[in-house]
Write a protein that binds this ligand. Structure first.
Ligand code: ADP
Length: 466
């Protein structure tokens, strides 16, 4: 979203500035020949560390990189395999405050500051409490987006001094959370508008089951909370142009998809043939329902399916799926690791795509699957529920299959139904495939929805101030 939404907003004619930490992973060649646009001093506890601000234009967006190698010039972004960086509170307090200082130095007077996830959740509270009297932000409204409520930015209270906030804000109604501090609460309490990445997730997070302790706050702010689906990159993920797949195809000519299926079976060492191929590309973690997938895999294979899995994650699931592939050669294949090209080839070559997630704020793979003519079978949660509509052969509607309980039984039942329809009603199946391929899941559509939110937020703010 950080890459695609700004570009789509710029294409609609808005003046967009994207602020990023100058992480160690960012290519220095981008700025090597450039002079910094500003050098800012940022208050952090009792010190004034500096950041150089390098600016580049990309995709119509003004990208500003805040360089402080002590904080950001590291191998990873937030954590190493050994755990979180111990100074994350300090690093992201510095970043949030640095954004506002950089905006001032660059003479940007934003109408909207749009912050995302815990890393930038302090922006709304800074605007309301530390920068309220600052002329640069007199007309600024804040929007805060939750991408995954499971990651909130919890810190020990001993780090509070880095935030620069008054101790009165270390309270249950503000940033305190069960005896520590919680960055995400700053966004949820102080932003003018809260969004999340699908309408269903916006509802789910108001319940104790999916609220991660924030459901009370979110219920209280229900009038300011809405869900907007993420889009997908239609350039990178277009089966008619994709260079990562062995043959191209479109809704009007699906011949290339057959070629992709045969090639996928060969690439992954699966037996050739027309039986349903089930694809999975996922982080291998419990959130994604990998445990229930593992529970049903053997019986799906017994029913004639072939399964192609690509993913990495917890070592427990990595070895479980590798063992499955070793036990069922020719029928199940598991590629452990991250592989962009193979992800495209699974999307293109599979018939059915499984996403049995326990929760899924938005999810991207079901939208790639639709575009690539691969029918999604998903758990009806979050963005999966909003993008997948149940197949109905009588009405001639629907683009996939949904199940409701996060159980192996429900997943098995729905996947078997999809396989049966694929085999027994190929005419209806291919009509469904083509309906899915023609849907619009572009960022252009989502960007217009965000502009609607920004305009509403500005109008509310003007009404409040008279
Ligand atoms: P999440 O962000 O929770 O992992 P999403 O569905 O929103 O789930 O996005 C996951 C993205 O990462 C998708 O674009 C998916 O194709 C990609 N992905 C996940 N695992 C792999 C992998 N092992 N190799 C290549 N791409 C992967």
């Amino acid at each position: 979203m950080g890459g695609a939404l700004p570009k789509a907003l710029a294409a609609l004619g808005h003046d967009v500035h994207l602020f990023l930490p100058f992480y160690g992973a960012i290519d220095r060649d981008l700025v090597n020949a450039k002079k910094p646009k500003a050098d800012i001093a940022v208050p952090v506890a009792t010190r004034l560390p500096h950041a150089k601000v390098f600016s580049v234009k990309a995709g119509g967006v003004n990208v500003h990189l805040l360089e402080n190698d002590g904080y950001f010039g590291r191998e990873h972004l937030y954590n190493t395999p050994a755990g979180d960086y111990p100074d994350n509170c300090e690093r992201f307090s510095f970043f949030c405050r640095g954004i506002l200082e950089a905006a001032k130095a660059l003479k940007i007077k934003p109408d909207i500051v749009h912050a995302n996830d815990w890393q930038t959740a302090l922006l709304p509270v800074y605007l309301k409490k530390l920068y309220a009297a600052d002329a640069a932000f007199h007309n600024t409204v804040s929007v805060y987006t939750i991408h995954n409520l499971g990651y909130q930015g919890h810190f020990n209270a001993s780090h509070w001094r880095h935030t620069g906030l008054d101790w009165s804000l270390y309270s249950g109604g503000a940033l305190e959370f069960y005896g520590g501090m919680n960055f995400m609460k700053a966004g949820l309490v102080f932003a003018d508008v809260i969004t999340t990445v699908s309408p269903t997730y916006a509802n789910e997070i108001k319940s104790a089951e999916h609220g991660w302790g924030m459901d009370g706050i979110l219920r209280g702010r229900a009038a300011d909370l809405c869900g907007i689906l993420n889009g997908i990159d239609g350039e990178d993920w277009d089966p008619a142009k994709d260079k990562l797949i062995p043959a191209r195809f479109s809704p009007s000519n699906l011949d290339g998809k057959k070629v992709c299926k045969a090639a996928l079976l060969t690439e992954m060492g699966l037996n050739p043939g027309d039986e349903p191929v089930i694809g999975v590309v996922s982080r291998l973690v419990e959130q994604k329902g990998m445990d229930i997938l593992f529970d049903v895999a053997d019986s799906l294979l017994d029913a004639g399916a072939k399964i192609a899995i690509l993913g990495s994650g917890s070592s427990h699931f990595e070895s479980a799926f590798s063992n499955l592939a070793a036990r069922r050669p020719g029928q199940a294949a598991a590629h452990i690791g991250y592989n962009e090209g193979l992800a495209h080839r699974i999307e293109a070559g599979a018939d059915i795509f499984l996403m049995p997630s326990r929760y899924e704020p938005c999810g991207l793979n079901q939208m790639y699957s639709l575009r690539y003519g691969t029918v999604p079978v998903v758990r009806a949660t979050g963005g999966l529920n909003d993008t997948v509509t149940e197949f109905d052969p009588v009405a001639g509607t629907g683009n996939g299959f949904k199940f409701y309980e996060p159980t192996a039984h429900a997943l098995h039942w729905k996947t078997t139904e999809a396989m049966t329809i694929m085999r027994a009603r190929p005419g209806d199946w291919f009509k469904m495939v083509k309906r899915g391929m023609k849907e619009d899941h572009s960022w252009a559509k989502s960007a217009k929805a965000y502009v609607g939110v920004y305009e509403k937020a500005l109008a509310n703010w003007k009404n409040e101030r008279g």
